[in-house]
Design a protein around this ligand. Structure first.
Ligand code: ADP
Ligand code: MG
Length: 700
């Protein structure tokens, strides 16, 4: 079969998507299912039974023997518990069975998932419920049913539920607002669209297995920069090496089978670093599929003798990995609400949504920052290659001059001056390809979407997208409240947009975000600079943030505080594990390796002296001396680190503990690392106990 036929046939072959459903599900059940999607009402059991039967038939035909409710607990990855379809019918015989009830609801034991106090310990059960807006798929011989996951009391214990609620909130508010425009009366639904670009590293598996830090923490805790890093920019978009190409080909095919629109692949900036971008789709699907992308990357890498590292900063000294979340809003009438239109009315809608976004990002900058705050991302945000930790929005010069024209005008009725009247004038066109030049901005307008560049490569996109959706919902609802009463709609609209840009223009920054000058400028503008997780997370539960989330029904107050707890606890645990791994590696490998080399040097000196006392020994002596001093220092620093771990405050508040881990433990870790990296450069290669960055980054 030629690729022309093979790939289209392959695509979605393991996904129970709408096309497949039409083949397998009785017509009437399909209709009921479609109605439920529209109304948001639960599926009646008869239709659920029909769909379950169809799913089972399809799954068995495709080699599945088990089914699982596939959910996204607060660990940030996915969870599954497999049940086989077998059902005994007596006489030692079985049939393959799957009911509507099993499809719709499950009861996995939730006791070992983080709940942040949402689930009383005596109530271990969690409930998983089918999300009928997401398609089931087959993975490793199991039919996977995407589900939400909640406690007995109905509290969301997962990442999908708040995302779905936020999709609904922004839909509700956007539709209401759009209906105030005569031209938008037929919009029935607004859906957030997301395209997450996924960066990752590939390294050789044999080498990976030799490093405890990579195995336990997913990142190298030690390692000096290789002589050649990314200085020459020769890896970015470079020719893809055969082993990587074979990996990428198989990755594409595995993803296509699952119905993931994997589109773009290329080498990234750092040696060993690569990127995959799918074609964007609705936020819920994009979120499910990004989880599948991460999982598939890891699995396929193994088959090629490789390991895929999704950590934000596996190797200090070269670029880290991010996950750019491209986000926009589209209507069921086929409009992208962030696309500047051709008519004054379309432009008014565009500018109104743009103003809402800018205002929302300014007002909820801390919350947005929190959505990307975790230990792994701290190594990346604020470093040279990644966006700074300060939130700002890049709009580009074309859009900026339009905003300047709106802001600069003193009065809407003043006609002599060249002003831009929203809802009346046509906008000058904004060429799409010039808007994406600034790679230093954390939130960039790229022609018809926003690119949120702060999310880390390993994280679930559900959190960041939930925040983007909800702040948008909030601003749209405030705009609606003003506009619905307005006697002169166009004037009110114009004033509203102008006011938003006047009051929130401080969040717009079109310059270079990597420069020190921006940090000062941002401080003058009063923008938050939450440099790390320990500084960011306390703002998560600011009253305005809790109000925002509860008002739109995205989180209850309890759900919000539970996330706060879980994120702080996770930070503390990650740093603790990393520090303990460091101590272990130093004590078991590094001190001894350096000392062995030192002793080898001494032996050489002795031998030389025996053979001919006049032989010079400057090299050996100087090296042995430096190594000896550094090794002594390393022992001391490691004891300090170990003590810091042992004396971590007990019973302190989550925030205090987090600060301790940042200020004391992480600082002690930096000191240990510095010494180890210096020892590495002095120690002969064959004495060093594990592969270096040079070995790892140039191995594939
Ligand atoms: P980049 O220059 O950042 O690599 P691309 O054109 O490759 O830009 O797009 C990056 C991602 O943005 C892709 O996943 C793409 O599908 C997605 N994308 C494009 N248009 C939209 C949109 N309107 N809404 C959301 N995502 C989009
Ligand atoms: Mg991009």
């Amino acid at each position: 079969m030629s690729e022309k036929d093979r790939i289209p046939e392959l695509f979605g072959s393991m996904a129970f998507n709408e096309g497949t459903m039409e083949q397998y599900v009785p017509h009437q059940a399909m209709e009921v299912w479609r109605d439920c999607l529209k109304s948001g009402k639960p599926l009646p059991l008869t239709a659920a039974n029909d769909i379950a039967e169809a799913m089972k038939t399809w799954a068995l035909e495709h080699g599945a023997t088990h089914f699982t409710h596939w959910f996204q607990p607060l660990t940030g990855i996915t969870a599954e518990k497999h049940d086989s379809f077998i059902n005994p019918i007596g006489g030692g015989k079985i049939i393959m069975d799957f009911s509507g009830k099993e499809l719709v609801c499950g009861e996995p034991d939730a006791s070992s998932f983080p709940s942040g106090g949402l689930r009383a310990t005596f109530e271990a059960r969690g409930y998983s419920a089918w999300d009928p807006t997401a398609f089931a798929f087959i993975k490793d011989g199991s039919l996977c049913i995407p589900t939400v996951f909640c406690s007995y009391g109905g509290a969301a214990l997962d990442k999908k539920t708040p995302l779905l609620r936020s999709n609904e909130a922004v839909n509700r508010e956007a539709v209401k607002l759009l209906h105030l425009f005569d031209s938008e009366k037929n919009v029935g639904k607004v859906t957030p669209q997301v395209g997450p670009e996924q960066e990752y590293f590939l390294i050789d598996r044999e080498l990976y297995l030799k490093r405890e830090d990579l195995r336990l923490c997913g990142r190298a805790l030690f390692g000096s920069k290789p002589p050649k890093g990314q200085e020459l920019d020769d890896h970015y978009f470079g020719a893809i090496r055969p082993r990587v190409a074979a990996f990428m080909k198989e990755l594409d095919e595995e993803l296509w089978k699952l119905g993931v629109l994997s589109k773009t692949k290329h080498n990234e900036v750092a040696p060993g670093q690569h990127e995959m971008a799918p074609i964007y789709c609705d936020a819920n699907t994009a979120n499910d599929q990004n989880q599948l992308v991460m999982e598939t990357m890891k699995k396929v890498a193994e088959r090629h003798g490789l390991v895929c590292l999704l950590h934000e900063k596996p190797f200090a000294g070269v670029n880290g990995s991010g996950k750019h979340v491209n986000w926009s809003l589209s209507t069921d009438t086929g409009e992208n609400l962030f696309s500047p239109g051709k008519t004054p009315s379309q432009n008014a809608v565009f500018l109104l949504f743009l103003a809402a976004f800018v205002k929302g990002v300014d007002e909820y900058q801390e919350l947005l920052r929190c959505s990307v705050a975790f230990a792994g991302n701290d190594h990346r945000l604020g470093a040279q290659e990644a966006p700074p930790a300060i939130i700002s929005v890049f709009l580009g010069s074309e859009l900026q001059s339009i905003i300047d024209a709106i802001v600069g005008e003193s009065d809407y009725t003043e006609t002599e001056r060249k002003t831009l009247r929203i809802g009346v004038d046509v906008l000058p066109s904004i060429p799409q390809d010039t808007t994406d030049r600034n790679r230093t901005s954390p939130v960039a307008f790229t022609g018809n979407k926003f690119e949120f560049r702060m999310p880390g490569s390993s994280q679930s996109i559900a959190g960041p997208v939930t925040v983007l959706n909800t702040i948008m919902a909030e601003e749209l609802s405030r705009f609606y409240a003003v506009l619905k009463e307005a006697p002169d709609f166009n004037k009110a609209l114009h004033d509203l947009v102008r006011k938003a840009f006047v009051e929130h223009g401080r969040i717009i920054f079109n310059g270079n975000g990597y420069e020190e000058a921006w940090v000062e400028e941002a401080a003058r503008r009063g923008l938050a600079n939450l440099r790390n997780t320990a500084e960011a997370l306390p703002t998560y539960v600011l009253p305005k943030n809790v109000e925002l989330m509860t008002k739109h029904g995205v989180y209850t107050k309890e759900e919000m505080f539970s996330r706060h707890e879980i994120h702080m606890e996770k930070y503390r645990k990650v740093i603790h594990i990393e520090a303990a791994t460091m101590v272990d590696m130093v004590q078991h490998e590094i001190l001894n390796a350096a000392s062995e080399y030192e002793s080898k040097l001494c032996e050489t000196m002795l031998r030389k002296h025996e053979a001919a006392p006049e032989l010079p020994c400057h090299v050996e002596k100087s090296l042995a001396n430096s190594i000896g001093i550094l090794n002594d220092k390393l022992l001391e620093q490691t004891v300090t680190l170990k003590t810091a771990l042992e004396t971590a405050p007990v019973g302190a508040s989550g925030e205090e503990e987090m600060r301790y881990y940042h200020d004391v433990v992480a600082a002690d870790m930096d000191a240990v690392r510095d010494t180890v990296d210096r020892l590495e450069t002095l120690t002969a290669g064959k004495y060093w106990p594990y592969p270096t960055f040079y070995d790892l980054l140039f191995s594939v």
